[in-house]
Design a protein around this ligand. Structure first.
Ligand code: PMP
Length: 462
């Protein structure tokens, strides 16, 4: 533990606390950055330094870090009871209200809501429901799941198996058998020279169909995708991609699962990401923005065919053998209900579109003056800026230069929190962000980019 004062909070953290998605050895050297409180789109560390949180924490605090109404909604729910469940026909009343409100905005017709507590549980629940669906129709062998490279679907074993990121598999011998991956629809790097978006999307759909045929269509249950990949580097699929992919899937009786954990609730400039990219899912997983992460709650919305299959399966009086202790927790439901009320009142979609356009246009203007920005991409308030060694050839930087990590560290010094995914800089600010706060992100981004350009220039000369 280099330089950490004995018994300080930093030293105790290193001793007692294992951190998610953190290198333990490096953590022991540098110690934690301890955050003390939040105010709107800002957070303050233990020393009182202010940061503009341009990642909404982990793509989640859509209403910022200090919403009084959510606090009051939780307190009022705790006044009734600290817990009740939804097993064995019981339920808190507020959980019914939340289910009704979700169904009212669901792009999946005749939906029902199932509740869990994390995004991983929601994506895994969709897998189980897909198995139920096929089994009820006599297709017990339809079990395999197709996900995509660079997708992220969670950290539990099935959810991690569906991720298309090596760091989620390496130490664990994942993915499990039967979890397959097809291409990420990244036209910037994946399209052939002179290949149109349309031709690229057609090629990806053809490759998917070849995989399905090779595996045996009667062995494949479902396909899962984020409408826009978040953790894999903010990848927007080319126009028409999902229509082509879904035509293949429907041909082979394969369910379409949308992971809306990041894209849901206005993030991409529509209520749901599937509406932005023209995806028509059979089920969708929701979390994060559902409660602005003020309480751990997630949900699956399932449509009529899956509901019918469940009813069929359970005709003989069997239970739906699935459920988490905290499924439909009344405090989570109350917080989520209030979150939805605020989204409706703030004219969510219009606000996100206006702020998203301001952020993207501003980033593009800065990119035009820079020699190291390859692409600015995204929808609504979910934008990625990819830094490259040569924008003309799209050649990446030497990984040894750690350009993304440098950007992250310098941005932090400048009071800006972003997410570096490789050399792509991600922005996913709270949806309540104002025009002045967007402009502050742009100033801090421009300043940091200039510093990175100088550092990388120096490192390349040396
Ligand atoms: N799906 C997506 C798209 C995500 O980004 C995440 C988390 N970042 C998850 C699922 C998993 O959510 P959780 O961490 O709540 O399990």
């Amino acid at each position: 533990m280099a330089n950490l004062k004995p018994n300080s909070a930093e030293a105790r953290d290193v001793l007692f606390h294992l951190h998610s998605q953190t290198n333990p050895g490096r953590h022991a050297e540098v110690g934690p950055l301890i955050m003390a409180r939040g105010e709107g789109v800002y957070v303050f560390d233990a020393q009182g330094k202010r940061y503009l949180e341009a990642m909404a924490g982990l793509w989640c605090t859509s209403l910022g870090f200090s919403n009084e109404r959510l606090k009051a909604a939780a307190a009022a729910a705790y006044d009734k009871f600290g817990f009740y469940h939804s097993f064995n026909h019981k339920t808190p009343d507020v959980t019914i209200d939340l289910a009704e409100q979700l169904v009212a905005i669901s792009p999946i017709p005749h939906a029902q809501a199932y509740f869990a507590t994390s995004g991983s549980e929601a994506t895994e629940t969709m897998v189980k429901l897909a198995w139920v669906y096929h089994a009820a129709r006599g297709h017990q062998a339809k079990r395999k799941i197709i996900a995509r490279d660079r997708g992220f679907h969670g950290s539990t074993i099935v959810a991690a198996s569906m991720c298309g990121l090596p760091r989620m598999h390496r130490e664990y011998g994942l993915p499990l058998p039967g979890f397959l991956h097809t291409h990420c629809p990244d036209a910037y790097h994946g399209a052939l020279p002179d290949e149109t978006d349309e031709a690229f999307a057609t090629r990806l759909a053809d490759d998917l169909e070849a995989m399905i045929v090779a595996e045996g269509p009667d062995t494949i249950a479902a396909f899962i995708a984020e409408p826009i990949n978040a953790g894999g580097g903010i990848v927007v699929p080319p126009q028409g991609y999902f229509a082509k992919i879904e035509a293949v899937l429907r041909r082979h009786d394969i369910l379409v699962l949308a992971d809306e954990v990041v894209c849901g609730f206005g993030r991409t400039g529509n209520w749901f990401g599937c509406q932005t990219v023209g995806m028509q899912p059979d089920m969708m997983a929701l979390a994060k923005g559902l409660s602005s992460s003020y309480f751990p709650i997630s949900a699956v919305l399932l449509g009529r065919p899956v509901r019918d299959a469940l009813a069929e399966m359970n005709k003989a009086g069997e239970l739906f053998g699935h459920g988490f202790t905290n499924s439909g927790h009344p405090v989570g439901a109350a917080v989520a209900l209030e979150t939805l009320r605020i989204y409706h009142e703030m004219d969510l979609v219009e606000h996100v579109r206006a702020m998203g356009t301001r952020l993207k246009t501003g980033l593009e203007a800065i990119a035009n003056r820079s020699a190291i920005v390859g692409q600015v991409r995204g929808e609504g308030l979910m934008i990625g800026v990819e830094l490259v060694a040569d924008p003309a050839t799209r050649a990446a930087f030497d990984p040894g230069l750690k350009v993304g990590a440098r950007f992250d560290a310098l941005a932090l010094q400048n009071g800006l929190i972003i997410r570096a995914m490789g050399d792509t800089i991600g922005f996913c600010p709270p949806l309540i962000i104002t025009a002045a706060e967007v402009d502050e992100i742009l100033d801090l981004f421009a300043r940091t980019l200039g510093q990175v350009e100088t550092q990388v220039g120096d490192a390349q000369v040396r």
